[in-house]
Ligand binder design. Sequence first.
Ligand code: NAD
Length: 491
Amino acid sequence: MNVNLPSKVVECQNFVNGKWLTPKGEKIEITSPYNGKIIGTFQSTTKSEVDLAIEAAHFAQQSWAATPMKERTKVMFEFRNILLRDLEEITHIKCSESGKCFEEGKAGLMKGIEVLEFAIALQNMDLGGRVEVSRGVSCEYRREALGVVANITPFNFPAMVPMWTIPIALTLGNAYIWKPSEKTPLTSMKIASALKEAGLPDGLFQVLQGAKETVEAIIDNKHVKAVGFVGSTKIARAVYDRGTQLGKRVLALGGAKNHIVLLPDASPDLAGIGISDSFTGCAGQRCMAASVLLAVGDVDSHIKKIVERASSMTLGKDMGAIITNSQKEFLHSAIERAVKAGASILLDGRNAKAPQGMEEGNWLGPTVLDQVKAGSEAAGIELFGPIISIIRCKDISEAMKIENSVDYGNACSVFTQSGALAEKVIRLASTGMVGVNVGVPVPREPFSFGGVNASKYGHGDITGQHSLDFWSNIKKVTMKWEKQNDNNWMS
Ligand code: NAD
């Protein structure tokens, strides 16, 4: 156990206009996945409180948008210094509420800081451009802020997923409304404090605690121009539909069921580590985790290595806990149902030992299911736990047919030594992100993050270069200052 849980119950609050406020809605308790004990509480934000906070953000945004980007970036640079200074403290908090182990919690925050560094670099990138399009006439692009934007985030990355959007949206001149997951609200208070300390003017970053009703009030508010969402597919679709019906810009990232194609020529060591770490990392609670292993031909020696590495994991040290007790129970029953449907168990995480003193936590060790049938629950539904389902395939064509049959479209990886076979999988994969000998093919900045199909509703990606057009408008300006002798109708 390498995570410090809070020594007393934390009362989570809203952050509005640079001040901490207790909202008036329903009271919700937060339990730590580590030991099932209450570590925090909060009250949900009501519709009238949402509207007041957004009105203030709308007001604050106007002078922020008029502030030169270089000045806005200075705040972001200071924000980075504070996050790095408080890295360990924030990591303990986010791990205590999300169940992550310390090192993976720290890595998530570092990935968030990488996005912040991308946002800091925007000041030095060509964000516009001007061309003389005909004699005496020029056209130019100007990137402008949208106004107030909102983001709704899931429990599994309490700092990294919000950090995908906070730095970029603020640097581009927007005001930002954040509704953190109701399961992990503690981290949001540290992020808000860091932005205040960095010198962000009041009203530009408002944290509103709550769940469904708070989200709906945010989407419906007339000042909110764009809504980013990350969470499960069902809710992503509901948020997308609600926002777009109101004519808003929405980018809603959903769930996943990621496949790994394992070919006989793959390096057993690379595959053993890459595939095991992919399905066990964050206890399988990440949208890029391997979930199905498409085992092509005789790959038993590779599978042995995967099982060996997964068996060596110590709960609480190498692998964290499951977010809630009910989710843990769901995973246990899903394993039972897979066995009834014909799967055999190569490694049973239900027998894994809980860390000492944490027996009341939500634990499930790595679980490897073999002989899973395509189309069954374990093959097609997002389970969101440290479970990998092996489907035996005779060739790549059969494997890719199975991969293509699933609705989701986040990630697919292939393990092979052959460039030609890797290329075949890259071309056939029905996903937004593909890996070659990489178990978790998350693109690093400045490359963008985003899936396709039921893993993403809306256009563009949520980070990197392809997120800029989501968080801003491009104004096209055509100018002429002098009368020309050769005027024609186009100029
Ligand atoms: P979730 O969908 O339950 O919750 C996400 C957010 O939606 C939370 O802030 C929650 O309060 C809010 N919400 C819940 N019900 C709502 C409703 N009816 N209307 C409006 N808002 C509502 O997701 P979760 O359990 O917190 O997170 C896990 C899910 O997120 C998994 O499916 C995972 O794959 C997905 N995820 C996807 C990505 C990605 O990049 N595609 C990244 C991380 C997590």
